[in-house]
Design a protein around this ligand. Sequence first.
Ligand SMILES: Nc1ncnc2c1ncn2[C@@H]1O[C@H](COP(=O)(O)OP(=O)(O)OP(=O)(O)O)[C@@H](O)[C@H]1O
Ligand SMILES: [Mg+2]
Length: 975
Amino acid sequence: MPAQPGAEKGQERDSRGNRLESWKEIAGYLNRHVTTIRRWEKHEGLPVHRHRHAKLGSIYAYARELDAWFEGRREEGNDPRPATTGGGETSERLPPPPLLAAGAHEAIHLTGREEEINVLRSSWERTVRGQQQITVVTGEPGVGKTRLAVEFARSISRHATVLVGRCDREALVAYAPWVAILQWIIRTTPAEALRRHLAGVEAASELAQLVPELTSRIHIGDPPGSATPDGRRYRLFEAASQLLAAASRNAPILLVIDDLHWADRGSLLLLRHIIRSTREAAIYVLITHRNDVPEWSSEFRDLVESLRREHTPTRIALHRLSDDDVRHMIEEWIGRDSPLSLTELVARHTEGNPLFIVEMLKHLDETGALPLRQEWHGPLTLADIGLPEGIRQLIGRRLERLDPTTRRLLTMAAVMGREFKLSVIEALVDLGEDVVLDAMDEALTAGIVTEEADAPGNFSFTHALIREALYTSITAARRVRLHHRIASALEQQSSSLESRIPELAYHFGQAAVYRSADKAVDYATRAGDRAVTTLAFENAAHWYAVALRAMNFVASNTDASAKRFELHVKRGRGFFAVGQWASAKSDFEAAASLLDPAEQEKRAELLVRLAETAFWLMDVPAIRTFAGEAQVLADRIRRDDLWADAQAWMASAMVSDGDVLAAIRMDHEALARAGGIRSFGLARIPLTLYWAGQADEAIHHGFQAVETARASEDPSFLLYALQHLGLSLSGAGRFDEALRVFDEARAFGRRCGALPLLARATSMSVAPLLSLGNLKGAMARAFEARELAHRVAFEPPLVSAGIDLLIIFARQQDPGRAETLLDETAQAVQKATGWHAWKWNMRLSQARAELALARNAWDEAVQAATCVIDQSRSRHRPKYEALGLVTRARAARRLGARSAVKDARAAVEAGRRLADPAVLLDCLIVLLEIQGTDALLEEARRTAQRIVRTVSDETLRSAFLTSVGNKASRVLATS
Ligand SMILES: Nc1ncnc2c1ncn2[C@@H]1O[C@H](COP(=O)(O)OP(=O)(O)OP(=O)(O)O)[C@@H](O)[C@H]1O
Ligand SMILES: [Mg+2]
């Protein structure tokens, strides 16, 4: 209760108690100064109402509401500053962020959302019990997504840590929503607790890239070793996830991400990472986004898709309000029953969109077109009250009614962005302080802008549509000039330009066509570089693009061309780091075209990069061109490392064309010059050796590649090296180890979100399962690989896993199931001429042969198997020679052909030359079927036992034994 409630004044009474009619009366009632009261009203939600119909600024309050507020404030400890540390920290929530306080006094109570609030509540209860929850709120603009999220957040903010990140259409800072969230945690967590949270976080220093003030709050150790950009980004993501998880142990967390459709790609990836790695934490992720399609980027679609698939979030599709709700809103606004004609008019015209309703009521009030608070009779039409058709026009009308000075200032503000600072506006205009303040007051009262609770002078538009209406109300020419003036004012005003670089880059960038293009180039380059240091590669690419566009307005000379080169290389690297290879390639090519012929070293480096990019784009002729030229240059300037890398890419082209042995010779030369596997490019070598059946050497280099990759801390390098090691181990019958390596690769790939490589690892991991006869497990894996590959449109694992599935269907004696897949895969293989076509064709022939066998089409099986045998011999792929012979022997036997024995014997010979016991066992079994000897049976038993010994997993082992038992039970009988 307030200390000394004021005396009864005999004023009007209602259910909310005494009515107080002025600031002074409220101050008297609460026994505080008027300034304190106004501050409370502004920043802490003291319930004060405004008369809508009377002159601006007249207010009233109800004593009972004030009492309740005062009580609540006391319970809350009334302290928006950091919570203090103490013993039992289990329920120490952080103070609510400013956004919650800012919207505390909306004109109209939340109407008609009881059901939605209940859904949110029950998810929250599950969160409190320690289960991560996700809810996605969607709906059209203005339907009330933000409002719902904020109201819910406010309702639980006493017992929860609420964190809010908002995405903007023109986000200048990379990871903008996350910067806000992490900053709030870092700023408001007591130092002691923060230290504890970060104690176990390996790469806490990466967080300081996003929130520099971290280092001033607590001491942060050095980063653990060097890492490539991708690796560092991974560590940053891990650190952010761990910090959130640690904070959630003090109090459950509600994490609101508003307007996700505008998030930059980095923010989306970080969100996905956090969701994946905090599944066991008391964190409730509440996402809002618009459902109108033009706003959606492809990255955003991917994220929504993967959320749906992997986490099945609760979904709330916000519908428009019912006529009844519309009536409630009107009544709350006008303070009495709504005449039917008014309800009908508003409901029909707005179709229940809350933003539209609120704007319409404001419009009616402001124009006085309708005596809202008096009686009237008869039906109403739009024409009667001069209402425009759409929400945008309505907003336009409201803006037109503002004082011209206010409108002018707001237009400037709109050019600044959704959020703006008064000080910058003041610097732009030659108006007295009072004039500017009055204008802002008018805008505040009209509900066009709000002021940030903790930072007077920082404003934002109440709705994106309002800002848009202002921004588009002036000509492009004027906008460009305004951007320039804003940029210049910012530049002059800022004591530390460093923190304003993205803003400067944005405004100078918009104005480059008009003036100061050189500044645009400079700031945008710096903004890009900063984004790289915060590991926001997509954002960096954006800024480099801004700089490149501005270059069009800079005089061309040598410096300009050097600058262009630099920008293209930088942007190319950004794209490459995040797997956007086609974009990376065009940037590297553009850079190369700008180089002076004398700059050989730069050119050689660029060419190696281009070869690597061409590899990922599966463009064999391009690999050859780039790598070939790179080698000539590398030799000339004596850069062995570059030469070796180029040689490895050359070899990869050779493999792709099917000359495996030549590729291995080239690989050996590369290894000799580089002194071992020292780069990503060289890490392909074990794979080629595996194909050629040289398992031991493949394993040796495989381990070395993994070791180098681990030290490099580059996730894609590690993922790439692990999958080749897994295959090599599998090819040598070390199935247990192979499966473990694949498990690591897949878990790692999932965590760092490297989908193309994850799809590849998953597809390769089918091999050991298939060898062990675990058809069910292999099938699940192959489907998973295809699904992942589909998602990123990455062809190789799609085709490869498709062929595996065909073989699995055949071995399950279910050839009918293969029909459509066979057509689809055959077409894909056909299309892929030039990229490993020989290998895919050979494997596809094997699948066809096995399917024919399953259909009892013996002639067809013989034909297809003959294809496999011929190809594998000419390409040196001994495993498929053995498999082809096994299949042909079986088919020939059914045809009663004598060649069956010959084929089966040849198969055993081929099998014995291989390191893979699973293939050998198949060969032995087929010969046993035709012409068994005791010695042969003994060899088959020994081989089976050898396999059993390498499999420690009980289920896998028994699946293997069953599959052998089905084929040849004799092999399992003890001798
Ligand atoms: N259920 C409601 N009851 C009362 N007012 C509401 C309700 N829902 C929304 N509003 C009001 O309508 C306006 C628009 O709502 P809000 O900003 O939440 O929409 P949104 O769906 O987030 O729009 P956008 O897609 O543009 O972000 C706000 O002034 C808000 O206070
Ligand atoms: Mg919103």
